[in-house]
Design a protein around this ligand. Structure first.
Ligand code: IDP
Ligand code: MG
Length: 151
C-alpha cells in the first residue's frame, strides 16, 4: 500500500483543526500509520522545503512552518499520494474547490493549513524526515475489505 506524508501546519494546530483534518483523512478510507506533534527546527524546515529555496516566498514559508507546533501524519492507502492531495485541494485556498480542506477552511497560501507530498518519491523522502521505521505501524485496518477492492 502506498504511503504519503501529511503535515497539519501551525495555523491548523492553532485553529483547533487537528481533529477536522484527521477526520477527513480517515473518512476517505486512508489509514494513519504514524502520528506525532513537533516544532520544526529551521534545519528540518530547510530540508523539507529544499525545492523552494530560491522562491521569493521561501523565508516567509520557513517562518510559517516553524512558527508553532505541527502534526506529522504518515498516511497509507490505495493511491494515497494522489488521494491526499485531492483531499487538501489547490495550494491557494482562495482557488481550492469547496469540499477540500483548503477550499473549506482556508483563504491564503501563507496560511493553507496542510501539507501533503506531491509524488511517491517525495513521499518516501519526506516520511524519512519525520519518522523512523519503528514509529510506523504495519498492521492493516480490520475493515480494509469494506473500504478497498481492486477495480
Ligand atoms: P503545496 O503545499 O500545495 O505542495 P508548493 O508549491 O509546494 O504547494 O508550496 C509549498 C508551500 O509554500 C505552500 O503550501 C504554501 O504554504 C507556500 N507557498 C507556495 N506558493 C506561495 C506564494 O506564492 N506565496 C506564499 N506562500 C506560498
Ligand atoms: Mg509542495
Amino acid at each position: 500500500m502506498e504511503r504519503t506524508l501529511c503535515l497539519i501546519k501551525p495555523d491548523g494546530v492553532q485553529r483547533y483543526l487537528i481533529g477536522e483534518v484527521i477526520n477527513r483523512i480517515e473518512r476517505k478510507g486512508l489509514q494513519i500509520v504514524g502520528l506525532k506533534m513537533l516544532v520544526l527546527s529551521p534545519e528540518l524546515a530547510a530540508q523539507h522545503y529544499a525545492e523552494h529555496v530560491s522562491k521569493p516566498f521561501y523565508s516567509k514559508l520557513v517562518e510559517y512552518i516553524t512558527s508553532g507546533p505541527i502534526v506529522a501524519l504518515c498516511v497509507q492507502g490505495h493511491r494515497s499520494v494522489t488521494v491526499l492531495r485531492s483531499i487538501l485541494g489547490k495550494t491557494d485556498p482562495a482557488e481550492a474547490a469547496p469540499g477540500t480542506i483548503r477550499g473549506d477552511l482556508g483563504l491564503t497560501k501563507g496560511r493553507n493549513i496542510v501539507h501533503a507530498s506531491d509524488s511517491v518519491e517525495a513521499a518516501e523522502k519526506e516520511i524519512r524526515l519525520y519518522f523512523n521505521n519503528s514509529e510506523l505501524i504495519s498492521s492493516k485496518l480490520a475493515l480494509l475489505d469494506w473500504i478497498f477492492r481492486e477495480d
